[in-house]
Design a protein around this ligand. Sequence first.
Ligand code: HEC
Length: 200
Amino acid sequence: MKRNLLLLTLAVSTVGGIATWLNAQQAPDPEAPRYTAQNRMYKPVNYREWVWVSSGFDMSYRAGTPQGNETSTFDNVFASPKAYRAFMNTGHWPDKTVLVLEARYAVGRRSINQSGHFQGDVMAIEVHVKDLDRFKGGGWAFFNFENKDETGTLFPQTAACYSCHEQNGAVDTTFVQFYPTLFEVAQRKATLKPDYEANR
Ligand code: HEC
């Protein structure tokens, strides 16, 4: 009787183990980049629950940055959590890193706010992704997500995104010099590009 019970327990736990294993094989990594057959990228749905690395306010490197009386903007940068943790440990971005830049209109007077600005509606969403299996060179590519589209368009290698990021990004092709907690790690781990200069 005892032996039967033991066998039954063994059988049940084996089936359970196989089911867990199968599940792990099938469940896609929710942080990994995914693409359509037409080479478009699926928008990372939960990026707002990822790690926020910093915000820029009215940074003027972007073409078409509003001037004078026009609307000001905030930039929020989010990193996929696994990539963020890897960066904190090594100072390098791992394969399958996804970085989301979310630009939002700056809003002034509303509710009780009398001066200064807070973040309003989304203006643009752009993604910088490292995928060695997919993109040539260092494996990085840029995508643009229009409005509320579920998928985004790949910027061609000739777009200004690639040259500016390549020339001026402090770590690899990313602007870690503007993300204070990451910058500190890159300095400590000595992973800043040798030609990185704080002031130009
Ligand atoms: C003239 C330089 C320049 C150009 C051109 C440029 N960027 Fe950037 N990009 C920056 C800077 C500076 C930051 C840091 C932003 C911040 O701190 O908010 C940045 C940050 C980003 C980030 C956040 C992740 C990272 O790599 O640091 C994404 C995504 C991004 N840019 C996408 C794009 C796309 C897409 C294009 C082309 C349409 C583009 N950029 C063109 C300078 C540039």
